[in-house]
Design a binder for this molecule. Structure first.
Ligand SMILES: Cc1ncc(COP(=O)(O)O)c(C=O)c1O
Length: 486
């Protein structure tokens, strides 16, 4: 069989796939997140490379069944997890259309409408940021690439010669700053951009896990005194661990005073700009020189969709543009080719899933989602306050961190107890929460991320948590403490 399929087969397979996807979507409110622990396997698949094909309907049915039954179902309403959403159905359809049309976003000449839709979607986000002047940006593969791009923009803005002549031409060590709670992808970017991971200073945080502006200012002053070249601060709007939002106004004041680029990593939390009611959660975001926002987090579109935006559009070209005579030119084009303003070259149309979701549901659907998820998180936090747990950190966004009330346990013992609780809660595969470390202390972490999550899902989680706390506490009290102690 060649690669072509006739129309009747295409339709038959397409309808079949839509039926599978529909059944999956219909099951998500009650679908377990994963298999029970004794059925999970992590080994490699051993099938040989297929030399010739097989019956498509059979293979399609098989892979749909296997992936839903044996997969880790991030879109389940019972996934209280990391920042991975239930994708909007319009986003799923947009992905199918993009795969079929395969627009090439590298140049305007080959993707007029697709490029315009992307530019329009970026403009919609830029307008919600509230920048007073012009802005532009591009879709990325996610927050990692967007943060990388933000740091590249900061370097290009502050050290334009470094683009041609390299970091060495700066003549002193360039230094960037981010909090100890900001995302690890920034370390990767600092290494890859050649400034070095150690030149990304990790600034301490306050009791709310926000970057400490006083410590930031001291670090900048120390670097300047040592002859180094501070150039960028990365503030976070919605940290991965606890959803903390740095004081963007205070940090921006420091950046303005020292002439530093302010990049805001709002991969998750920047979505609050889509809510009139809650946009103050990211107060000061319009002071950013560049911004990361991931529609594949709070805006609930399928992976992959990040966005890098900047209020200095010309710097995009300075950082990313290279001449390539073979690339087709669009006569009379007023906009730069995407390949000239992005780290990527050939580029998929990652914008359509957000554009279509907004066209079908409107901004107000996000406003409603944000409001509802904040209320659900608040109700969960209220339960925590009357349980065997205590709230660990403030929860400005729908991420609640909490700890077992066990003052007699040491920090390593608490961490061990938390891991036991996570094991208990996730053992049957029905639901998923996690444990993490914030500011050196172990916390349990619950995030409302699926637009399908309702109060009843939280109630079931609370019952499981209460049971897990009882059994871990009983172990501790009954002298089986050794099992808990490290
Ligand atoms: C605050 C923050 N920034 C950046 C990233 C990296 O984003 P991505 O995984 O989309 O590359 C994450 C991932 O969770 C994040 O939480």
């Amino acid at each position: 069989m060649g690669l072509d399929l006739d129309s009747a087969t295409r339709r038959r397979l397409g309808y079949r796939l839509i039926d599978h996807i529909d059944a999956f979507f219909s099951s998500l409110s009650d679908r377990p997140v994963q298999l029970p622990v004794d059925q999970r396997t992590y080994g490699v698949l051993q099938d040989a490379l297929p030399e010739s094909g097989d019956d498509p309907a059979k293979v399609l049915d098989e892979i749909c069944r296997e992936m839903t039954d044996k997969g880790f179902n991030v879109p389940s309403a019972n996934y209280f997890g990391l920042m991975n959403p239930t994708p909007t159905y319009m986003g799923v359809l947009a992905e199918a259309l993009v795969a079929a049309l395969n627009p090439q976003l590298a140049t305007l000449a080959r993707s007029q409408l697709a490029s315009k839709i992307e530019i329009e979607t970026v403009r919609w986000i830029g307008e919600r940021v509230g920048w007073p002047g012009e802005s532009n940006g591009t879709f990325t593969s996610g927050g990692n690439e967007a943060n990388f791009s933000g740091l590249a923009l900061a370097l290009a803005a502050k050290f334009p010669d470094a683009i041609e002549h390299g970091i060495a031409s700066i003549g002193a060590q360039p230094v960037a700053y981010a909090s100890t709670e900001s995302h690890h992808s920034l370390d990767k970017s600092a290494g890859l951009l050649g400034i070095g991971r150690k030149a990304l200073r990790r600034i301490g945080v306050n009791a709310s896990a926000q970057l400490d502006p006083d410590e930031l200012e001291k670090a900048i002053a120390a670097d300047l005194a040592a002859g180094r070249k501070p150039f960028c601060v990365i503030a976070t709007a919605g940290t991965t661990n606890s959803g903390a939002v740095d004081d963007l106004v205070a940090i921006s004041d420091i950046c303005r005073h020292y002439d530093l680029w302010l990049h805001v990593d709002g991969a998750y939390g920047a979505a609050a700009i889509f809510s009139n009611k809650h946009r103050d959660l990211v107060h000061g975001i319009e002071r950013a020189d560049s911004l990361t926002i991931d529609p594949h987090k709070w805006l609930a579109v399928p992976f992959a969709a990040g966005v890098i935006l900047t209020s200095h559009p010309k710097i995009l070209e300075r950082a990313f543009s290279v001449a390539a005579p073979y690339m087709p030119k669009a006569a009379g084009a007023m906009l730069p080719d995407n390949s000239r303003i992005s780290t990527q070259w050939t580029r998929r149309m990652n914008s359509l899933k957000l554009w279509l979701t907004l066209r079908i549901h409107g901004r107000k659907a996000y406003e409603e989602l944000i409001d509802r998820q904040l209320k659900l998180a608040a109700s969960f936090a209220a339960w925590i306050r009357n349980s065997d747990f205590e709230i660990a950190l403030p929860h400005p966004l729908p991420i609640v961190t909490f700890r077992l009330k066990a003052p007699e346990l040491s920090e390593p013992e608490i961490a061990e107890a938390h891991n036991r609780i996570v094991d208990e809660v996730t053992r049957d595969g029905q639901r998923w929460i996690s444990e993490t470390i914030v500011n050196g202390r172990s916390v349990l972490r619950m995030m409302v991320i699926s637009y399908l999550t309702e109060e009843r899902h939280l109630e079931a989680l609370q019952a499981t948590l209460a049971q897990a706390a009882r059994s871990v506490n009983a172990e501790i009290r009954s002298g089986e403490k050794k099992a808990v102690r490290l």
